[in-house]
Design a protein around this ligand. Sequence first.
Ligand SMILES: C[S@@+](CC[C@H](N)C(=O)[O-])C[C@H]1O[C@@H](n2cnc3c(N)ncnc32)[C@H](O)[C@@H]1O
Length: 257
Amino acid sequence: MTVATHNQRIVNQFTRWAKPFSELSIHSEADAMSRTLRACALTPDADVLDVACGPGILACAQAPHARAVTGIDITPAMIEQARARQAAAGLENVAWRIGDATALPFESGGFDRVTTRYSFHHMPDPAVTLAEMARVCRSGGRIVVIDATPSPETQAAYDAMEQLRDPSHTNALTLEQLRELGREAGLRELVVDGYRLEAELSTLADTADMTVLAAMFDADIASGQDRIGVGARRTHAGVQFYFPVSIVAWERLDGAR
Ligand SMILES: C[S@@+](CC[C@H](N)C(=O)[O-])C[C@H]1O[C@@H](n2cnc3c(N)ncnc32)[C@H](O)[C@@H]1O
């Protein structure tokens, strides 16, 4: 699949999902957000860029702690949701752009913080996005990536589950692979943290064939071995599982590639 075809798939998927994604409470979950904001280490004079910002949940949470926040996303319907969220919150220091994370339309070194949440697993080559994030971050500034990171043992099964659940999923990196991307980009690691984001399967599945996905979860639960690595279990509310999320923050050094 070409990058253009993949990007079209992303836009189709997230145009359909913009509103439900925006309204899902797990995406604003308090402990996850407070860990994320801690890793961002915002200051009142910070200019922040949130890449692949979706409906602006993280950008709007950053805004009260920063001078200005810009959110950029490739899906116009997501940016519409972001504008609505900003208006409802009465935030005046947030701006939005439609654009591609792999070719950010910003000058080099213009931001103090550059963040992205839950986006790398949608990208064919997240190293390209990390390089762009590093380019637009000033020297001494901070880059923060938050995403699901399965263990090496469960990575293949996790990807297979995610590709069934969400056709725009490419591959989730393990935490070590994500840290390696930072090393390859010449960044200095500052923070490694994480959380388990609890979810209920039926609220998140975007598949025409729910039976195949449900069967995969049923088999995993029956095996008792957690092969997908998401702690799947059946409760009165349906199939519960968690996303194993990591947060990695780096400093951009002079001479970062
Ligand atoms: C799962 S959503 C996450 C949204 C938001 N970051 C959050 O955490 O709430 C993934 C987002 O990544 C965006 N995205 C995927 N690939 C992108 C790219 N190459 N450039 C910009 N945005 C992209 C999608 O449009 C979508 O809004």
